[in-house]
Design a protein around this ligand. Sequence first.
Ligand code: 26M
Length: 822
Amino acid sequence: AVKATSTVDKAQVKAFKEQVEKHLRTTIGTSPEKASKLAWWQALVATVNEDIFGRLTDTQQTHAKNDTRAVHYLSAEFLMGRLTINNLTNLEKFDVAREALKEFGLDINDICEEEPDMALGNGGLGRLAACFMDSLATCNYPCVGYGIHYENGLFRQEIRAGKQVERPDSWREYGCPWEVCRPESVQNIPLGGYVEKQTAPDGSQCSVWHPSSMIKGVPWDIPVVGYRGSSVAILRLWESRSTEQFNWDVFNAGGYVDAQTEKSLAETISKVLYPNDSTEAGKELRLTQQYFFCACSLRDILRRYKRSHHNDFSEFASKIAIQLNDTHPTIAIPELMRLLIDEEGLSYEQAWDITSKSFNYTNHTLLPEALEKWPVYIFEKLLPRHLELIYEINFRFLNGPVEAKWPGNNEMKSKLSIIEEGEVRKVRMANLCVITSEHVNGVAKIHSKLVKEDLFPDYAQLWPNKFCNVTNGVTPRRWILSCNRGLAELYNDVAGKDWPLDLDKCEALKKYADKKEYQDRFMKIKHDNKVALAKTIKELCGVEVDPNALFDVQVKRLHEYKRQHLNLLYIMSLYKSLLEDPDQDIVPQVFIFGAKAAPAYTLAKDIIFAINAVGEKINNDLRIKGKLKVVFIPNYRVSLAEKIIPAADISEQISTAGYEASGTSNMKFSMNGALTLGTMDGANIEIVEQAGIENNFIFGLSVEEVQKLKPRYNPWDYYNADHDLKAVVDWLDSDFFTPGQPGALSSIKSSLLNNGDPFLVLADFASYKAAHQRAQKMFKDKAKWAKAAMINSATMGIFSSDRSIKDYATNIWTLKSQLIKK
Ligand code: 26M
């Protein structure tokens, strides 16, 4: 839904057109007459790449010459989505490309639909890493992103008979034209085996690791283009391959075919992204993935450092900052220690000094079941030398700082230890991160406070200054400029053209928020986006929705703490009241959901089924005269978010207070003029701080109230006291929504009543309903609504990921932005 803009330079269009045709013929091997859409897209990418590679070289030469500190962002996930429109936008070539393709009789949006999403992440954490790469490139910070080149990204979700079915995602089945393989930077990674203790002539002990196999790491580089000709950053993703050393014995014994089978084991490592986003699976392969990409990345970092500093490691920490995106890359800590001690010959003390000045750790969740703990026996099998180093780090920590602060206190030692004792001894990855890192940060103000005071209170006593906050952000290039061109033009008109680099400029719209003419223009943009989304909904769900209705949207991973079932209970109560009084004067509403459930998370899958079942019934009930529609859009992903978010009137951000670390879609929605209906949780708090509580619909228990209520909470009290709540909860037990299958939705009722309602859904129900009533009332007052929407959009400046990255650069990495020389 991109409309034509002002003037485009004719000569540029002509040149671009010729480039595309040249690539179509000489790179893709076809012609304009017979090219498929896929071929056109490939030719378009080849054209864009011509612009990218020159800038990449300039960037790398500038950084190499300046030799300043660089950040290395280690993340098991980068949820990049599609790159074509984003890269064109950042190169300021979108309009030229659109006109050029138009002359071939093609619609650029249509061609760009050919691009598969790069879904190498689960959700918030992975998408944050992608936004950060965009901002690092745009702000010209020396950086590399390191991750895993998964052959299959997050599963594709199909909905069959209302139920989620997972299908493999093969994003590069026909090759990905953005990535470049770099065979010159291949790494070999040892794994398994045993540690031999040797005694040196002076009597000192040392350890020699004899690994049982070697895995090859092949790097694939994805250039990340900064906005307006700034730098091009590199995202380096490692693919695992077998080496000849991989089970060499089998191979030598003449088992050629067996050796080929063994080969597939090495290649399994980067095969698939684990689809969990909150519960730790504890699988051996997952730890192998983490170790594999960290080991490859550190060797890459060391190789580059040694090239300019020979074997002098004294400047390592002043040149290298490493950011751990959650605990997933924690194994990089003992791996750097091992490389420095065992391979480079440094002393333990020297290695620790370097390591503890290089690493920083970002926490993204307080959920206890998400905190990574690996059984010691898995370490013994896969990484025996790393385990030894972890023991040594732990020993020195407990007998150093802990003993000094709490002498003789064994209880404190067992609480702070990296090792959890018990039937199965475990390595607590978060403890290793906190002990080693220079800084530990949370991702929104409230979350950082909880990280410091509730998750790591004892560590905070030891090192109060280690803990800090960096509130998340999102890139306005993708989340406004590329996905909402109507709004982008409005900002060009009222704030000048530099707002994508300084989102605070958008505040200029505030002074027009009372003006009818601007309200109309703002709401017309919203309406156009809703028309486009209605078309997509018709295609994907087969449901007709009215763009004049209120679009109420909840899109995010499915989890009990995010409370999609609270939303569903409200919809059922609305439906019930409409059945009781079909003529009541309510605002027509469309409830839009999108959510993937972790494949083993049964209750989450049941909630998806319930949404579809309730939707099916409501959408086909003629008695309510189309006043209510419920759609579940299958396979929610970045490219769908770009269509859904600009079309939302209400953004549902309804997690139990204290559980959503930050949220980032909440920011995207507000920027695009949706009003937040949400709890005082995560970044919602900071959003209403900016946009005003009167311009949003805040409800529910606060963090303090949740903490106070939780220990004595009884959901039955709420169930018995509220007739409407009781009626809808009981409705789940009937076969009203699932004819012939009574009990098909009972697990939800059961989790609320028999499992203690762990996320206080029933406690917040009445307050949630009241918030919806306030929203309905405001929606009827068009001018009031428009004004609130505009103020929300105009005041989101601090949620640009450029601000987040500058916070990291100044407070954590001590990085300086570099001017790129051409
Ligand atoms: C764990 C084990 C095995 C496989 C995968 C995982 C795993 C993967 C991703 C666990 C957690 C993962 O992500 C958590 C996440 O996305 N957290 C979200 O991070 C966002 C960015 O900071 C925040 O905005 C969200 O509030 C937070 O839920």
